[in-house]
Design a protein around this ligand. Structure first.
Ligand code: CMP
Length: 142
């Protein structure tokens, strides 16, 4: 089915100037960008977005990293978008990511792993609502 998912290009990848290369992978993979914004997340933004991880030992480092520079946030739309985006990203730990995936090519560690993608359709909706209002989503007309 046609789905929507959230993608975040993290501060490490923005800093390496690979936004365009990552966008190409989405577009070549059949995922259309239907909303996008660059944002330097505040501590409260990052803590709220990753609230599900707040008891994990890596939470403090995660929030520090995600606020270390701007991120690029986009809504992707396409067939099976949630799983397709995860396939394009590769495993969370780049050391385990398949060759040719975004994380294998652009990430350096599990902490600085270039991209985030929603892990389910339900979370995709929650994460979309966290960053975008309805009028910021631009479904294609051509
Ligand atoms: P992301 O998909 O953005 O969701 C939470 C992030 O925490 C994850 O990517 C990783 O970058 C980071 N992280 C650091 N350590 C771990 C870990 N042990 N398990 C899962 N995520 C981790």
């Amino acid at each position: 089915a046609i789905e929507r998912t959230i993608s975040i290009i993290k501060p490490d990848a923005v800093g390496k100037d690979v936004i365009g290369e990552i966008y190409s992978r989405f577009e070549k993979g059949g995922l259309k960008i239907i909303a996008a914004k660059m944002k330097h997340l505040s501590k409260a933004d990052a803590e709220g977005f990753y609230a599900v991880h707040k008891e994990r030992p890596f939470f403090g480092d995660l929030v520090e990293f995600m606020t270390s520079g701007p991120v690029m946030i986009q809504v992707l739309e396409g067939e099976d978008a949630v799983s397709k985006n995860r396939e394009l990203m590769g495993a969370t730990n780049p050391a385990e990511a398949d060759a040719g995936t975004i994380r294998a090519d652009f990430a350096q560690s599990i902490d600085e792993n270039a991209v985030h993608g929603s892990d389910s359709l339900e979370n995709a909706q929650i994460e979309t609502d966290y960053f975008f209002s309805a009028d910021e989503i631009c479904p294609r007309t051509r």
